[in-house]
Design a protein around this ligand. Sequence first.
Ligand code: ZN
Length: 154
Amino acid sequence: MDEKLNDLYRDILMDHYKYPRGNKNLDNFDLENEGYNPACGDDIHLKIRLDGGKIDDISVDCIGCAISVASGSMLADIVRGKSLEEVIKIAKAVKAMLKGEKLSEDINLGDLEALKGVSKFPVRIKCALLSWTTIIDALEARQAGQKAEISRTE
Ligand code: ZN
């Protein structure tokens, strides 16, 4: 990765860390889930309001390191207005990217590419994965008509 791109990615992550997009109180919500990353101590709580089959709004309450907070903020930014299926697809692509796997589908991750640099630091991958794992568990449980169990990054 060239240096300019690295700087750009770092700036994007720092901006999300300083101004987390999902940091608000959501009074009316349809589902929620918590996630925990024991390796770092990151803790996340998602609340999601649905409108039809789409995500109308989300709050992301993340107490953790800069990477986990920035990742959760990027998640909040991208999921609004999308269907559960779309969000699951994106979240799985982000997980694959973080784990250094090849993306199976042609999917444009936009700013989320900024998280790619994290895959070079194995101890931080779980921090970046936390929000995505937590939302996948929440949405898949919803689709199955169940209540999500607290997520843990594998
Ligand atoms: Zn962390």
